[in-house]
Design a protein around this ligand. Structure first.
Ligand code: EPZ
Length: 418
C-alpha cells in the first residue's frame, strides 16, 4: 500500500490549478449512458480512482469508453447489458447513478448495492421513493438491487431529506419518463446543476436545478454531446484550507468562487485574507487563526466535505472551536488521528470541540476516508517534523496528483510506493 511522507512546517506559495469536480463527473458519466444516438465527449474529467472505476463499470455494460487526457469519450449507442454486477460497483458510492440512468433509458437495471466512504449509514430510501413514484418496482436481495418499469410516468416527488444522490438519480430516471416530474426539497449543490446542464445539452428538458424545485418534462430520447465539467469546489477548498494552515500566499485557479462562498466566509472569519477574482481566489495567511464554530449543511451552507480539512486548521487556531457535523453521523473518525499529532479535540456524538494548540507534531497516521485523508495531509503539511500517512487509496479516489500539486507549492511531500 502506498504512503505519503511529509516533512511539515513549510509555507505554501504559488498557483494551483483545480481540476474537474469529482461529484459532478461521477454523475455525468452515468448520465452519458442514456444517449441512444451519438457520442459524448466530456472534458475536465479528473484523473482519480473513482472515475477509473466508473469507466470500467460503464465499459462492462457494452459502452465504448476512451480517455484522452482529461477528456472522456463515451459511445453508449450499443449497450449490451443493464446488469452492473462488477466488484467496482461495490467500491464506490456513485455507481448508484446507473440505477436512474439505466432505468430511465431501458426500464430496467440490476446492480450490486454501492460502497463509498465509511462516514455513516448511507440509506438510499429517497432514491427508491422517487423511482417507485415514477412507476418502477424495486427489489433488494442478496446485496443487489433490481429496478424494473414497463413505463415511467412523471409525477410530483417531495424528498423527505435534502439528498444530492436522490435528487440526481431521480432526475436521471425522469428525463426520459412520460410527462412532467416535479422534484421538491431538491438538493441545490453546484454538481446537481452541472448534471442538469449536461442532460439539457443531451436534449433533456430540466428547469430549476440550483433551486429546491426542479421541473423535468420528459423527452423521447437523448443524444451524445460535448460538455465540460465544472471545477471541483472540494479540491479547491482543500488547497485554500491548506494555504491558510501552512501560511503563505496561494492562488487557487480555474474555479467558480461563488461555489466556495461558505468556505471563503469561514476563512475570513478566522482572519485569513481572501481575495476573489473571476475564476480564482487568492488565499494569504500568517497562521494567526481565530477559532470559529461550524455547522455543516446542504448547499449553500458549509459543506460536510470541507469539514474534516477545516477541523485540522482549527487545531492550531486561537481558542475554542465547535464543529457540528449535521449531515453524516460518523464523519469525525479522523479526530483520533489528529490527536496522535497533538491536537486537543473532544467528540460528543456529531459535535467536535477543538481547543487550539500552538502546533501539531508529525506522526504516523492513516486516512480513514477521502476527506479525512485530505485533513491528514494538511495536518502533515502544517506539523513540525515527519508524518507518514497510510491508507491513501482513500485520497486517490478523489484528489488527482495530490503530492505533485502540493510539491509545486513548496511542500516537502512524496509518495512511497508500497
Ligand atoms: C454526496 O453523497 C457526495 N457524494 C458526498 O461526498 C457528500 O458528502 C454528500 O453528497 C453531501 O453533500 C457524491 O456526490 C458521490 P446525500 P450522497 O444523499 O449523495 C441522507 C465526498 O467526500 N439520505 O446528499 O450519498 C444521508 O444519510 C463524498 O466527496 C437519506 O436519509 O449524500 C445524509 O444524512 C462523501 N436517504 C443526507 O441525506 C437517502 O435516500 C445527505 O446525503 C439519501 C440520503
Amino acid at each position: 500500500m502506498d504512503k505519503l511522507i511529509i516533512n511539515g512546517g513549510k509555507p505554501l506559495n504559488g498557483n494551483i490549478e483545480i481540476g474537474g469536480a469529482k461529484n459532478a463527473a461521477v454523475a455525468i458519466l452515468p448520465a452519458a449512458v442514456m444517449a441512444s444516438v451519438g457520442i459524448s465527449v466530456i472534458d475536465n474529467i479528473p484523473e482519480i480512482e473513482d472515475i477509473q472505476c466508473l469507466e470500467r463499470i460503464i465499459s462492462s455494460l457494452g459502452c465504448k469508453v476512451k480517455r484522452n487526457g482529461n477528456s472522456v469519450e463515451i459511445d453508449s449507442t450499443n449497450i449490451t447489458s443493464t446488469n452492473a454486477n462488477t466488484e467496482d460497483v461495490r467500491k464506490m458510492r456513485a455507481s448508484y447513478y446507473l440505477y436512474g440512468a439505466l432505468l430511465g433509458r431501458f426500464g430496467r437495471v440490476k446492480a450490486e448495492l454501492p460502497g463509498g466512504c465509511p462516514i455513516g449509514v448511507r440509506p438510499i430510501d429517497q432514491h427508491i421513493k422517487g423511482f417507485e413514484a415514477l412507476g418502477a418496482s424495486v427489489k433488494i436481495e442478496h446485496g443487489a438491487i433490481e429496478i424494473t418499469a414497463d413505463r415511467l410516468v412523471g409525477t410530483n416527488i417531495y424528498f423527505d431529506v435534502v439528498s444530492v444522490g436522490a435528487t440526481i438519480n431521480v432526475m436521471l430516471a425522469a428525463v426520459l419518463a412520460e410527462g412532467t416530474t416535479v422534484l421538491e426539497n431538491a438538493a441545490k449543490e453546484p454538481h446537481v446543476v452541472d448534471v442538469a446542464n449536461f442532460l439539457n445539452t443531451m436534449g433533456a428538458n430540466v428547469k430549476g436545478a440550483g433551486t429546491d424545485v426542479i421541473r423535468i418534462v420528459g423527452v423521447e430520447s437523448l443524444t451524445g454531446c460535448n460538455y465540460s465539467v465544472i471545477p471541483d469546489q472540494m479540491e479547491a477548498a482543500t488547497y485554500m484550507i491548506a494555504a491558510a494552515a501552512c501560511g503563505g500566499k496561494v492562488i487557487v485557479k480555474n474555479i467558480i468562487p461563488k461555489h466556495l462562498e461558505s468556505v471563503s466566509a469561514k476563512l475570513v472569519e478566522m482572519g485569513v485574507k481572501i481575495e476573489e477574482g473571476d475564476d480564482y481566489i487568492v488565499v494569504q495567511s500568517d497562521r494567526n487563526i481565530k477559532g470559529v464554530n461550524i455547522k455543516t449543511l446542504p448547499y449553500p451552507g458549509f459543506p460536510t466535505d470541507a469539514q474534516q480539512p477545516m477541523s485540522t486548521l482549527l487545531c492550531i487556531a486561537n481558542g475554542r472551536s465547535i464543529i457540528n457535523e449535521s449531515i453524516w453521523e460518523s464523519r469525525l473518525k479522523h479526530v483520533d488521528e489528529l490527536k496522535k499529532m497533538g491536537a486537543s479535540i473532544k467528540v460528543e456524538g456529531r459535535i467536535a470541540i477543538i481547543d487550539g494548540v500552538g502546533k501539531l507534531t508529525g506522526a504516523a497516521v492513516k486516512a480513514t476516508d477521502l476527506r479525512a485523508g485530505a485533513a491528514m495531509v494538511i495536518a502533515g503539511l502544517l506539523a513540525e517534523g515527519r508524518s507518514e500517512i497510510s491508507s491513501i487509496e482513500h485520497i486517490d479516489r478523489g484528489y488527482p496528483h495530490i503530492e505533485d500539486k502540493f510539491r509545486s507549492l513548496g511542500a516537502d511531500i512524496r509518495r512511497e510506493v508500497g
